[in-house]
Design a binder for this molecule. Structure first.
Ligand code: M6R
Length: 614
């Protein structure tokens, strides 16, 4: 939610900010703005809409060595220029990512001192507050402001009488920074730093970063200098570019074989012939520092996450219950955090998050820890808040995911659940080493299966033409296919704006069947042999009511040709691996349908990639 960037140094800050904002735009794209120091004065340029509109408004000869920039996902106040960041009051100019929950009360207090905002935003109140507290000591003003502010924030702040200096502070919302010979740069996400350095650090919460041309000094609230751990990304700038694809989503769909390879391969240990486990390939998490004891005496597992990450958890639940024979529940993080979940030291709470910054998932994790549960997170972004706050982290190595619709992160999360299920089923004696190794071979075979599925893209695109005019659509399936219907449905909804529902195939006749009329599209997932005949009976039911049926099934499945209008085959694998290939088909259907509808595939309306507000 919102992308922020600050730069002070030896480059033209306007260029650095505009470039960075276009890389951060996936975090919000309602409006954008920059504030740059020019001839000793702060000049602000804002525009409603995308960063390209802002870019067009910035004069070509606009140069500056220090500035801050923001791309907004509106929360408080409509999408207007006046509500766009940066906000300025008195000597203070700032940008903000997060929500100031008590802004109303603060505004009332500040009004008593004659300070009134011009926008409807919570952020502007923070500018008023800081200005009221600032008497020349930025540290004192920021610390005192933090005592008054409730909610989540990442701020970059410029004070008029401290030219070329940017102060930054955060609570909840992410901020990463780097310093090079070219200057100091801070942003919401590493993607905006990559062109300057692969090394970065995460600004710790409640620490103040003072950025000058020549250094970034981080201090805690007692004034002690702190040296945060320097981290390095393994990918380069091309990983965050489209590389010839029309959209990031298309590129990321096609990156899935590589993302899976990177996630699975480092976890496989092939045991030498002649040893006790001779020739077997077993998942091993020693390098992840996840001990085998983690699942020992675990009586219950709770998986909690949001959106697509939660859907990966739905798949994890089925696998864990099948293989580990432990009870598993899957909770939406925004619900879990406000209920009174039963948690103790024998409960394992698994949080899942691509960004590692989703506010509700982070809060769910904190709740689990406060109540003594063991915690493991499956996270894509290294050093993110969820990763740092979990007892154990399993990193997916999907690389940067820029499109709002999650694709490669999802299949990488699935692979994490599969490997965790296999390893701990083996450790707990539920499966033999040989069975575990066979499962791992099966998981590896998912990669060529996806490569094959990707070759069917033209066929999938042709089928998508039939969905372009749809207003409502149903996904149905049973077992693992049912878990996947949820992911198929969210993908379609978020980028095509077609209403869809995910339904357990056997549940339709309990109400929903009344919505099926002539031509209603139904995407039936039928990849699970043990329930195939049942699923096909349900397909017959919708067919009998005139549904337009697209069936995603395995190559060898015997299905009456009249049962569906289109059949899409995925390669034959053990049933438990079918969701990977089927997921890619559903991603391609959503992608092509949205693209044919002429929509902004990568940045769908009202959404943002990283949801750092609750
Ligand atoms: O970064 P996270 O995985 O925690 O994000 C969770 C959801 O916001 C995210 O998966 C969202 O549902 C996707 N845009 C769906 O494609």
């Amino acid at each position: 939610m919102c992308g922020i960037i600050g730069f002070t140094g030896y480059l033209n800050s306007a260029e650095v900010l505009l470039q960075g904002l276009s890389e951060l735009e996936y975090r919000g794209y309602d409006s954008a703005g920059i504030a740059c120091l020019r001839d000793g004065k702060v000049e602000i340029i804002k525009e409603v809409g995308k960063v390209s509109s802002l870019h067009a408004k910035v004069p070509a000869d606009f140069t500056s060595s220090c500035g801050i920039g923001h791309t907004r996902w509106a929360t408080h106040g409509g999408v207007t220029e006046v509500n766009a960041h940066p906000h300025r009051y008195g000597k203070v100019t700032l940008i903000h990512n997060g929500i100031i929950e008590n802004y109303h009360e603060l505004a009332e207090e500040l009004a008593k001192g004659g300070r009134f905002p011009v926008s409807e935003t919570d952020t502007e109140i923070a500018a008023l507050l800081l200005d009221s507290l600032y008497t020349g000591d930025a540290y004192a003003a920021i610390k005192e402001a933090c005592n008054h502010l409730e909610g989540a924030y990442g701020f970059c702040i410029m004070f008029d009488d401290q030219p070329e200096v940017i102060y930054c502070i955060r609570k909840g919302s992410p901020l990463v920074a780097t310093h090079t010979d070219e200057g100091s740069v801070i942003a919401s996400d590493m993607v905006a730093l990559l062109r300057y350095s692969k090394d970065y650090f995460v600004l710790p919460e409640f620490h103040i970063a003072k950025m000058t041309k020549d250094a970034i000094i981080v201090t805690d609230f007692e004034g002690n200098i702190v040296n945060p751990e320097i981290m390095t990304v393994t990918w380069d700038t091309t990983a965050a570019q489209k590389n010839g694809y029309k959209h990031f989503m298309a590129k990321e769909i096609h990156e899935q074989p590589e993302a899976l390879r990177r996630t699975i391969m480092p976890r496989i240990v092939k045991h030498a012939e002649g040893s006790e486990l001779g020739g077997l390939s077993l998942p091993d998490f020693t390098a992840d520092n996840i001990p085998d004891s983690l699942f020992k005496d675990v009586s219950r597992i709770i998986i909690t996450a949001c959106g697509t990450a939660m859907h990966a958890g739905m798949m994890g639940k089925i696998l864990f219950e099948r293989l580990l024979r432990k009870p598993v529940t899957v909770d939406i993080a925004s619900e879990f955090r406000y209920e009174d979940p039963i948690l103790d030291e024998n409960t394992l709470v698994i949080t899942v998050s691509q960004s590692g910054e989703t506010a509700d998932t982070l809060a769910a994790l904190r709740l689990a820890r406060e109540n003594g549960a063991r915690t493991l997170s499956i996270v894509n972004v290294k050093g993110s808040s969820i990763a740092r706050e979990s007892d154990y982290v399993f990193y997916t190595h999907a690389g940067p995911e820029i499109a709002v619709a999650s694709t490669k992160a999802y299949t990488a999360q699935l692979s994490a659940f599969y490997m965790i299920a296999f390893r701990f089923a083996y450790v707990l004696g539920k499966i033999t080493a040989k069975e575990c190794s066979d499962y791992m071979e099966g998981l590896l075979d998912v990669i060529p299966s996806i490569e094959e599925v990707l070759k069917q893209e033209d066929d999938v695109e042709a089928i998508s033409h039939h969905l372009v005019k749809a207003e409502n659509l149903f996904f149905i399936g049973r077992s693992l296919d049912y878990a996947l219907t949820w992911e198929g449905s969210i993908k379609l909804k978020e980028i095509t704006y077609i209403h869809s529902e995910a339904y357990a195939a056997g549940e339709l006749k309990h109400g929903t069947l009344s919505l099926i009329t002539d031509g209603t599209p139904v995407i039936a997932l039928a990849t699970q042999s043990h329930v195939l005949s049942k699923t096909l009976s349900n397909v017959k039911e919708v067919r009998a009511r005139g549904a337009f049926v697209i069936c995603v099934t395995t190559k060898d499945a015997v299905i009456e040709p009249t049962l569906c209008d289109f059949r899409i085959d995925i390669p034959r694998t053990d049933d438990i691996f079918a969701p990977f290939s089927a997921a890619v088909i559903l991603q391609m259907i959503a992608y092509h349908t949205a693209s044919l509808r002429g929509l902004d595939v990568d940045q769908p309306r009202n959404l943002a990639k990283s949801v750092t507000v609750e």
